[in-house]
Write a new protein. Structure first.
Lengths: 111, 113
């Protein structure tokens, strides 16, 4: 079925270290979205990437879309405790009538 | 910042009972969705709704489930004859148009006992 694979499943880092999560697809994607879900919270839309090789930044967060549009990454520089949560990639399918989420990467941070 | 509102925040129901989960999407949004998340797992698509009809539904969304937009503001998910495995967080989401980021509500935690 349609799905994206996301790795790693968990990442535990020291505060101030960097963090990266990766999303991979076997098929070419038209776009990819990233969401953050705080513990006990709901998914919050972060960004959408559409173009091949696209790179977007939001403060300490850098989002990349691969040249072949089959993979994407989210990199956080110098993590802070407020970055704790699960980061999901998501892909729009079927004429935009649904998005399918990856399995998520849970980030925890040692102060 | 406009919000998607969901009620109740927590619902406990006995197995076999029917529940209705309610959502008020953002007023100028045209696309509506229901997702569920079993504790500790990923967010799963249930159904999308546009122009007063279902656009797409997943294999999870069987005859036990139905959605309705009874008036201009509410969007409901009905689960008939609930089962223990229906226990999950149910999220409503809306978007202004297709192909953009969704705004999620804070969810309804459904516990079937």
């Amino acid at each position: 079925g349609q799905q994206v694979m996301q790795i790693p499943q968990y990442q535990h880092v020291q505060e101030g270290e960097d963090f990266t999560t990766y999303c991979n697809s076997s098929t070419t994607l038209s776009n990819i979205q990233w969401y953050k879900q705080r513990p006990g919270g709901h998914p919050v839309f972060l960004i959408q990437l559409v173009k091949s090789g696209e790179v977007k930044k939001q403060k300490r967060l850098t989002f990349q879309f691969g040249e072949a549009k089959k993979n994407s990454s989210l990199h956080i520089t110098a993590t802070q405790t407020t970055d704790v949560g699960t980061y999901f990639c998501a892909v729009i399918y079927s004429s935009a009538s649904k998005i399918i989420f990856g399995s998520g990467t849970r980030l925890s941070i040692r102060p | 910042e406009p919000e998607v509102t969901q009620t109740p925040s927590h619902q406990v129901t006995q197995m076999g009972q029917e529940v209705i989960l309610r959502c008020v999407p953002i007023s100028n949004h045209l696309y509506f969705y229901w997702y569920r998340q079993i504790l500790g797992q990923k967010v799963e698509f249930l159904v999308s709704f546009y122009n007063n009809e279902i656009s797409e539904k997943s294999e999870i969304f069987d005859d036990q489930f139905s959605v309705e937009r009874p008036d201009g503001s509410n969007f409901t998910l009905k689960i008939r004859s609930t089962k223990l495995e229906d226990s999950a967080m149910y999220f409503c989401a809306s978007s202004e148009r297709g192909g953009v980021g969704y705004t999620f509500g804070s969810g309804t935690r459904l516990t079937v006992v």
